[in-house]
Design a protein around this ligand. Sequence first.
Ligand code: SF4
Length: 114
Amino acid sequence: MPKIDYPKYDNVITFDKTSSVYLTGTNHADNQPVHLKLKDPDLPINYTLEKFDEPAQRYCPAGVYEVQKENDVNKFVINSQNCIHCKTCDIKEPSQNITWVTPEGSGGPRYGNM
Ligand code: SF4
C-alpha cells in the first residue's frame, strides 16, 4: 500500500503522541511485572516484520512497540510502562501473538487532565 502522508499535528485539534499519552495520566512503575505478553517472542522479528512491517509500531497509540536495530540486528522492544490500556494490540496483531493482561493497580489511566 502507498504510504499515507498525514498532516503534522496542529496543537489545536490534533497533538503529538507524547503529549497525548501524558494526558492519559498513565504512570506504570518501570519494574512492575510485564502485562504485554508475547506467545512467541521471536515472531515479531522473524515473521511479522517481514510480512507486515510489524504494524504494532503504528497501531499502538502510545508508541509502546518499537523495532530497533542493534549492531545490524533487529530487536522488538516493548515499552510497557507507556501502555494506556486500549487493548488494540490484543485485537489487531495479525497472528494474535500479543496478549494484554491486567497490569498492577493504581497506574492509571486517569483522564482528569483531558
Ligand atoms: S493496550 Fe496495546 S495498543 Fe493499547 S496502548 Fe497498550 S500496548 Fe499500545
